[in-house]
Design a binder for this molecule. Structure first.
Ligand code: FES
Ligand SMILES: [Fe+2]
Length: 388
């Protein structure tokens, strides 16, 4: 249980809030790179409570600037791009990706306003088929080259979930909440056999990028070995997971980014990577992407899907779950640990320190692979793959 103030402290995402300042230390995905095309080079995006416009100029460079034009506030989302930047649809002011105003067509050539006007703008980088943005202070850290984003020997694709009506922390607490597996997913998953039988053997091991989760399932009969399943929560807002395809039996690694849109909305991007002896996908390539709807046409949750079962639980907890009236039990020790970590890291940023998992060393960032194991689906040692 938290006080109302503690709950706000952990969940707010806006600029200047404690949690919002922590989140701004990390690169966040904003869209699949393949979504911006020559025909449709502009997309309005909302992230961390800020309304922005993402664009691709005609040279292929990306920019992310505040949505409202600094002249008289029209939306740049309806603007036009050229080889230098984006132009407002109303009176034609033009902005570079740096935010610098480049043209004010109706003003005298030598107007001093031109130098002075600078639209808020953020750096954008592309990796693993996603465009990532950094909304924090300088110096800008490296965009982490996590395995699922940077691996090349296989194929990659992205699901873009419908925006969820809940705060991002609800999604992250779910990733350190093992007792829900046996109920929420018990009807569809391999755990059906054990519905309701919460088993001991869940560990949460803090490591340099977050929390490594390890489940050890006891042997079913004497002489059998215990079965290990381990994968990390990448602090603050990503889950690294693995599953086996029902269609072709292949191992599918994934990264689930739970991106805060604002205090009460969350956008989930799931990047999949399926290793393959024959296929190649460069880390800088656009990849296929598709919408993933958590509700059907009647507005009902598609509860036969594991990811929807989770989304249903997060949304029904409320826009921001009221943690002042909850009751944590002993099986919630992972949730308690995650909250402690979040609180500590927010406090670290407030003191001017660097939070957990920021990458600044290019050597380390060549490829960051994780020790993901899932013996149940036949993944008994972590997969590794040199970058070609
Ligand atoms: S409102 Fe954008 S140029 Fe006038
Ligand atoms: Fe779940």
């Amino acid at each position: 249980m938290l006080t109302r103030e503690e709950n706000q402290f952990l969940t707010q995402v806006g600029r200047g809030t404690p949690g919002g300042e922590l989140l701004r230390r990390y690169w966040q995905p904003v869209a699949p790179s393949g979504e911006l095309t020559a025909e449709k080079p502009i997309k309005a995006v909302r992230i961390l409570g800020e309304d922005l416009v993402l664009f691709r100029d005609t040279k292929g460079g990306y920019g992310l600037v505040a949505k409202q034009c600094p002249h008289r506030r029209a939306s740049l989302a309806y603007g036009r791009v050229d080889d230098e930047g984006i132009r407002c649809p109303y009176h034609g002011w033009k902005f570079a990706a740096s935010g610098q105003c480049l043209e004010m067509p109706a003003e005298p050539k030598d107007t001093p306003m031109l130098n002075r006007i600078r639209q808020p703008a953020y750096p954008v980088q592309k990796l693993g088929g996603l465009l990532f943005a950094y909304l924090g202070p300088d110096p800008v850290p490296l965009l982490p080259r996590w395995d699922v984003l940077a691996w090349e020997r296989g194929k990659r694709w992205i699901d873009v979930q419908s925006v969820l009506e809940c705060n991002w922390v609800q999604a992250m607490e779910n990733s350190v909440d093992p007792s829900h597996l046996y109920w929420l997913h018990g009807v569809t998953a391999h755990l059906a056999k054990s519905v309701g039988h919460y088993e001991e053997g869940h560990e949460f091991l803090p490591f340099e990028y977050g929390i490594m989760k390890r489940r050890t399932t006891p042997p079913k009969k004497p002489g059998d070995k215990p079965e290990i399943d381990q994968h990390p929560l990448l602090f603050p807002n990503t889950l690294r997971h693995v599953s086996k395809s029902k269609a072709n039996g292949a191992i599918r690694h994934n990264l689930q980014f739970r991106v805060p849109v604002d205090d009460t909305h969350t956008q989930v991007f799931v990047v999949y990577f399926e290793p393959s002896a024959t296929e190649r996908t460069g880390g800088d390539a656009d990849v296929p992407f598709a919408p993933f709807h958590v509700r059907d046409e009647q507005g009902q949750y598609r509860l036969d899907q594991v990811l929807v079962q989770d989304a249903m639980a997060w949304e029904t907890q409320g826009g921001i779950a009221d943690r002042s009236v909850e009751n944590l039990g002993s099986a919630d020790h992972g949730v308690a640990l995650y909250r402690r970590l979040l609180k500590e890291q927010i406090a670290a940023v407030q003191k001017g320190a660097e939070p957990l998992g920021i990458v600044r060393d290019p050597k380390i960032n060549r490829l960051i692979e994780f020790d993901v194991i899932n013996e149940r689906i036949g993944l008994s040692t972590p997969e590794t793959q040199a970058v070609a």
